[in-house]
Ligand binder design. Structure first.
Ligand SMILES: Cc1cc2nc3c(=O)[nH]c(=O)nc-3n(C[C@H](O)[C@H](O)[C@H](O)COP(=O)(O)O)c2cc1C
Length: 256
């Protein structure tokens, strides 16, 4: 009995309760186009947003034929693995752990990802490993292959949601339909659909979800859309047994 208690305690200690499989839109916008794109995007999907800001908000990146923007990018490409190569950004308090899907929205600067957003992804891109990541790029007219390469460098282990969406200046007024069609093309709804029993939001149902569910019940906060494993409209110990049953049998509601 004591052994079982110790095992349960160990499992509980290991449990990580991620309460949802949500989407976070991470973006930077200097002149406002990406901000408008994000507003349009979040009118079509349920997502939280994280806007990245540079520490120095006095800079005019476009001045002198975009000299400062160029200088920031040159510093990055001279030494891309050095944190000092990236411009300083305001601290971010949002934890990526709370999300399973991310959409990155960035301006294109000289065929690359805007330097400010590169800073954030340099430090946090690895936290998106194994998760669904989409990319939307806004440029005046240049093609986006360099930005896609930057995203792949900065978020190396992502499960990319199809091809990136490019919205150029001429198409910006049509962003509503462009974004809607892109979401259909990448099968966004299916990609991000929550999995019944996936309590910890890692996209699969395993023993980790049993411990997360027990943890949730012990914490008294059992309000999770995927936790009602036996479909009786409440979350109780019965859902833990239904979840264990599922793991043992491979399908929902077979035994007992
Ligand atoms: C420093 C800098 C460099 C840029 N370089 C390019 C470029 O090479 N090609 C292009 O088509 N647009 C370029 N642009 C324009 C932006 O990509 C475009 O205006 C974008 O929509 C800006 O997004 P934002 O309004 O969210 O900042 C550049 C803008 C800046 C500030």
């Amino acid at each position: 009995m004591k052994k079982i208690q110790i095992i349960i305690l160990l499992l509980l200690a290991m449990a990580s309760v991620d309460m949802s499989a949500k989407t976070l839109v991470v973006y930077y916008s200097y002149t406002g186009n990406c901000h408008e794109i994000v507003q349009t995007l979040t009118s079509q999907i349920d997502a939280d947003t994280l806007r990245i800001y540079p520490v120095d908000k006095t800079q005019h990146y476009e001045a002198n034929n975009y000299a400062l923007g160029t200088q920031l990018l040159n510093a990055i490409y001279a030494d891309p693995t050095n944190p000092d190569s990236y411009p300083a950004i305001d601290p971010v308090t949002i934890s990526l752990d709370d999300y399973s899907n991310y959409i990155i929205v960035t301006p294109l600067w000289w065929s690359h990802m805007a330097a400010i957003l590169q800073t954030y992804l340099f430090h946090h891109g690895s936290e998106m490993a194994g998760k669904n990541v989409g990319l939307i790029v806004s440029s005046h007219s240049s093609g986006i292959s360099g930005v896609v390469a930057d995203a792949q460098r900065l978020v190396p282990e992502a499960e990319w949601m199809g091809n990136a969406l490019w919205i150029n200046n001429a198409n910006h007024p049509n962003r509503e339909s462009l974004i809607r069609n892109w979401l259909i093309a990448i099968d966004y709804d299916n990609l991000t659909a929550e999995v019944k029993g996936d309590i910890n939001g890692d996209g699969e149902v395993t023993i980790g979800d049993v411990t997360a569910l027990i943890d949730m019940l012990l914490s008294g906060d059992a309000n999770h859309p995927q936790a009602d494993c036996n479909n009786d409209s409440e979350v109780t110990i019965g859902d833990v047994t239904a979840l264990i049953d599922y793991l043992l049998s491979g399908s929902w509601g077979t035994s007992r």
